[in-house]
Each structure stands twice: as structure tokens, then as C-alpha cells.
Design a binder for this molecule. Structure first.
Ligand code: ACK
Length: 312
């Protein structure tokens, strides 16, 4: 995919359009700590003078050349994407300082959102709101809170994944922590550090090494290093499970090796209290040992957007 051309995009230090922290790039508060270093909120002042809210990912000092390469690889890869369900890269700097400038996705990660979801923190919350809203005649609004919670990713995040499938890319790190929420109903996929293209092959063959999120991985991935859209579908199933457990750690305290044994015995993550039967059924299909039996992202999109219980 050719690099898209747009204002100030491939930004090198010597470019006239370079990001100049303090001038056209204003660093705000720290949003969190990422894999490569701090992620800041900020403002980018475009050449035409508009101020755009951004997230600025910095590479921490004292990193190895290989980490630096990885950082730039992810930045270049993300520059080539163009989809509203994928976090947009506005530009990056080859430094110093090395940084990525992305669109700001205001609600942060889905995992953080789930962990703070009101009725998780306070189990009776739902009931209270329900009572209040009925009293005010705003039942519909209350319903939307839950509806949106369940719904946000169903339609949008498989749509983003479908885009990745179309451009023949495996994400390899699909999990609630790597989905950012633009609003209660709009999810965007981020963190492409482990993503690889599989080109004309059926799958990408990884050599072991590095940190692998085993709990999200399909058996063919942890056993043979085989990654395909179907292994992303397995991870999607685990992500659904995270959603319906309010961001619980999948498989609790089990270690990677224990999870592998558990899966190989034919066991799977249990149905949680909040998970409707038909959604659990979808998860089980995502966790089928046979790749060909798993749903595709297209199918997942259809399942969730045609669901009469949620379609609205
Ligand atoms: O859960 P969070 O608030 O969402 O904390 C993490 C943190 O930075 C480290 O990854 C947040 N983050 C990453 N990229 C973005 C972005 N483009 N917009 C908003 N927040 C972001 C993430």
C-alpha cells in the first residue's frame, strides 16, 4: 500500500513540516504508559492553523536500535491504514525525539472502560438508574446505556477487523486493552506492534520469541506460530468474553502453559453471568480448533448487526 500523501505526514526532523514540540505540537497531560513509553494528550497545529486534539506516543530514552525499529515499523504500518474503525496516525517523527502523533480517541481503552463500568463497580447501580429513569419517563435512555455497552464493538470492531482481513494483515494482539473508544458506540482498533502482513500466503509464520499474549492466542498460533485472520477471530472471541465479564482477566491466574493445557483438553472460558446464550455460542465458535469452523469477521458483523435483540 502506498503511503498516503497529506499535510505534514512523513515527518522527518529536517522537513519543513516536522513536528516541533512547543511550536506546532503541544504536549499535554500523560494519558498512560504504553509499551514504548509515555502516551500524552496534546494538540497538533496543522499548517492551515487548525488545532487538532491528538495522542502523542513517545519512545522512551535509552532504547535499543531494534526497539526503535519496531516503533518506526508500527508507525509506518499505521500510516498506510485508512478506516474509521482503526486509530488514525497523523504522522510520526524519526526524531529525535521519536514520536507518533495519532488522532485522540477520547474515552481511552475498552478495558479501562469495562473496569469502571458503573454496574460493575456498584452492582445495584443498574437498578437504581432504572428506577430513576422510569420515574422520569426516560426508560429508553437507560436502556441505551446497556445496549451501547453491548453493542459498541459488535458492529464496529469486526468491521475494522474485516478491513484488516481485506488488506491481508493479521493483528495478533486483539484484546480489550487494544481497543480504544471514541464514544460509547464507536470502537477503534489500535496497537499494531505485533501486526504482520501475510501477503499471498494463507497465514503468517512467526518464529517464537518476544512477548506473546498466549491467553488471546489460538492453538495453531501458540503451537506452530501460525497466524491468520482465523487466529484473530479466536482473539476476538476472547475479547468478547472480556466485554461480558467487565474486563476480567481471561483464565484468571492461570499461567500461559496452564492455559495451553486447558485449551488442549478441550476446555474453554466459561459463560459469564452477563453473557447471553447466543453470544456465548458465538464465542465457542470462535474457539473452534478447526480454523474452517470459525466464523469470519464478515459473518460476525452480520450476526451482530442483524440481531433483532440489539438492532435498532
Ligand atoms: O486505557 P488508556 O486511557 O488508553 O491508557 C492507554 C495509554 O494511552 C497507553 O497506551 C492511551 N492511548 C493510546 N493511544 C491513544 C489514542 N490514540 N487516543 C487516546 N488514548 C490513547 C491508552
Amino acid at each position: 500500500t502506498p503511503m498516503p500523501e497529506s499535510e505534514g505526514i512523513i515527518i522527518k526532523k529536517s522537513d519543513s513540516t516536522a513536528f516541533t514540540p512547543g511550536e506546532n505540537l503541544i504536549l499535554g497531560e500523560v494519558l498512560g504508559e504504553g509499551e514504548f513509553g509515555a502516551v500524552h494528550e496534546g494538540l497538533y497545529i496543522t499548517p492551515s492553523g487548525t488545532q487538532q486534539p491528538v495522542a502523542i506516543k513517545m519512545l522512551r530514552d535509552k532504547t535499543s536500535p531494534s526497539t526503535r525499529e519496531e516503533f518506526l515499523r508500527e508507525a509506518r504500518l499505521m500510516m498506510s491504514f485508512d478506516h474509521h474503525c482503526i486509530v488514525k496516525m497523523i504522522g510520526f517523527s524519526e526524531g529525535p525525539p521519536l514520536l507518533m502523533v495519532q488522532e485522540l480517541v477520547p474515552l481511552g481503552s475498552m478495558l479501562a472502560y469495562l473496569l469502571e463500568f458503573p454496574d460493575r463497580v456498584s452492582p445495584n447501580y443498574e437498578l437504581k438508574i432504572w428506577a430513576t429513569h422510569i420515574a422520569c419517563g426516560e426508560f429508553q435512555q437507560w436502556f441505551n446505556l446497556n445496549f451501547e455497552h453491548s453493542m459498541m464493538n459488535f458492529t464496529l470492531h469486526p468491521l475494522g477487523m474485516k478491513y484488516l482481513e481485506d488488506i491481508r494483515l493479521v493483528h495478533r494482539d486483539l484484546a480489550a486493552r487494544n481497543i480504544l473508544l471514541a464514544s460509547r458506540t464507536q470502537a477503534k482498533i489500535s496497537d499494531f506492534g505485533l501486526s504482520r502482513t501475510f501477503g499471498n500466503n494463507d497465514y503468517y509464520k512467526a518464529t517464537a520469541g518476544g512477548k506473546w499474549p498466549i491467553k488471546w492466542y489460538a492453538p495453531e498460533s501458540f503451537n506452530y506460530g501460525a497466524f491468520s485472520t482465523a487466529s484473530d477471530v479466536w482473539s476476538y472471541g476472547v475479547t468478547l468474553w472480556e466485554m461480558f465479564s467487565y474486563g476480567e482477566q481471561p483464565y484468571g491466574d492461570m499461567k500461559g502453559t496452564e492455559v495451553i493445557e486447558f485449551i488442549e483438553r478441550g476446555e474453554r472460558l466459561p459463560q459469564t453471568e452477563k453473557c447471553p446464550d447466543y453470544v456465548y455460542h458465538v464465542m465457542l465458535r470462535c474457539w473452534n480448533l478447526r480454523i474452517s469452523e470459525r466464523p469470519t469477521f464478515k459473518e460476525l458483523m452480520d450476526i451482530f448487526s442483524n440481531d433483532p435483540e440489539y438492532a435498532n
